[in-house]
Design a protein around this ligand. Structure first.
Ligand code: G6P
Length: 465
């Protein structure tokens, strides 16, 4: 079965959770998810994707989706709890996001992390053709590069971390820090979203593993591993085309009418995650309403909260707190038939999302920490009319590129309030030079450019081996 020349290894297969059990196969395109990000790069390519089908237990037979061959890795209920919910999403996720919630450590979870990573590496070793490119994705699978190199030294192995890589003070808390660094160093090229992260990684391998790090990469045990920042992006042309459709423009007008034809619509689209700063933003909005600086229904906030990781305690609690706060705001500031915050905890399809972007005068993306945040880039791309204002957290990777946004420190409630007001005061029907500059940037730096630059760098990293 060793015939795949481009293999992506990711925690999940790019199909919807229920897909395998219901026999329906659709590419998983939830906003900000990894499947969504890689879709345009892989569709109709002779690529193989190794991952988990989204439900514990045996996987029914899979068929190719959008031309990509799917190879399942099975997770038992125990693997799911200890690897996905445990080590990946209760230890690494909070720690890599500035420990905005405390990281939880259990030795059992580490055992599961190793066991499950080994399973993905074994699968990749089985299917990859001689000399194939194997591209390992994200924090769930940081041990796979070294495990795979051990099994198949002929492969060209890339690793890309979609989330932030934390500063040494935080990473050093991990009981198995050296093993994780060694795991990543099995790759020929380690890609991060930002140069910050590259810097943190270099400091750590020097300190923990006594490796040598310079601008060419990292030297350890006679090998050189390249590193670099490759900020991920979106399929800009696809979003532009979608947002230009008559049906989307009509839908956007209908949405505004459904909201009571407000003068201003603020939109936020986040996974229900404590890293996204939803509570801080709602607090700022409540205060603006209380101070009379905004009034419903002239101004409304639409908060889309995409459900996810609901069995993980910290995520469940966040959802409860958000929903309580939305209820409180509407209780205090709404009227019969008039809501101050329209909260929707649903998954939207691409067309509805594009219509929401086009209906929003102000897009508020204010995570406390975020690897990139592709929703911010999607909003910019969707505004083919050149209008709209983006309020963006300084702590989102996207802020390094979308420098013309209304940048804000999400922890500074007064700053968030003032910035929202400033963005609301801009004329929503007037195309802005800021938006034009951001659009020009993401047109040039789209997802295809990202994949090209990463894969070319991987090629170069392997050339001298
Ligand atoms: C983040 C991660 C991705 C993941 C996404 C959805 O963006 O970096 O790897 O696809 O969250 O998370 P989930 O836990 O639902 O797969």
């Amino acid at each position: 079965m060793r015939d795949a020349s481009l293999v992506v290894v990711a925690s999940r297969l790019p199909i919807n959770d229920a897909a395998a059990s219901e026999g329906v196969f659709e590419w998983r395109r939830t906003p900000g998810g990894l499947g969504e990000a890689l879709h345009p790069v892989l569709i109709n390519k002779p690529a193989t994707w190794i991952g988990w089908a989204g439900t514990p237990g045996p996987t029914p037979p899979l068929i190719d989706v959008d031309g990509v061959h799917l190879v399942p890795v099975e997770l038992s209920e125990e693997d799911f709890q200890d690897h996905y919910e445990g080590f990946a999403n209760s230890t690494l996720w909070p720690l890599y996001h500035d420990a905005v919630e405390p990281a939880v450590h259990h030795r059992r979870w580490w055992e599961a992390y190793q066991r499950v990573n080994q399973r993905y590496a074994d699968r990749a070793a089985e299917v990859a053709a001689p000399g194939a490119v194997v591209w390992v994705q994200d924090y769930h699978l940081q041990l796979v590069p070294a495990m795979l190199r051990e099994l198949r030294p002929d492969l060209r192995i890339g690793f890309f971390l979609h989330v932030p890589f934390p500063p040494p003070e935080l990473f050093m808390q991990l009981p198995r820090r050296a093993e994780i660094l060694f795991g990543m160093l099995g790759a020929d090229l380690i890609g991060f979203q930002r140069s910050h992260a590259v810097h943190n990684f270099h400091l750590l391998v020097t300190k923990v593993l006594c490796a040598t790090a310079d601008e060419h990469g990292i030297s350890l045990g006679g090998r050189t591993v390249r590193t670099g920042a490759f900020p991920i992006s979106i399929d800009t042309a696809e979003m532009e085309a979608l947002a230009s459709r008559d049906e989307v423009v009509r839908k956007a007008a209908e949405l505004r009418a459904d909201l009571g034809d407000p003068q201003r619509v603020i939109l936020s689209v986040d996974r229900l995650d404590y890293t996204k700063g939803i509570e801080h933003r709602l607090k700022a909005y409540r205060e603006l309403l209380a101070d009379g600086r905004v009034k419903a229904p002239e101004t409304v906030l639409v908060q889309v909260g995409i459900p996810g990781r609901e069995r993980v305690e910290q995520f469940r609690q966040l959802r409860d707190r958000v929903e309580r706060e939305v209820g409180r705001i509407n209780g205090d500031f709404g009227r019969l038939g008039v809501a101050a915050v329209h909260y929707l905890s649903q998954v939207f399809d691409r067309t509805e999302l594009a219509a929401l972007y086009r209906a929003a005068d102000v897009m508020a993306v204010t995570p406390l920490r975020d690897g990139m945040n592709l929703v911010a880039k999607e909003y910019v791309a969707a505004r083919v009319d050149g209008c709209g204002a983006l309020v963006l957290s300084e702590f989102a990777g996207a802020a390094a590129e979308l420098t013309q946004a209304y940048l804000v420190n999400p922890h500074d409630v007064e700053g968030v309030k003032d910035t929202l007001i400033e963005a609301l005061q801009a004329d929503p029907a007037e195309p802005s030079p800021q938006l034009a500059a951001m659009r020009a940037h993401i047109r040039e730096h789209d997802i295809q450019a990202w994949a090209r630059s990463y894969l070319t760098a991987l090629e170069a990293a392997c050339a001298g081996r």
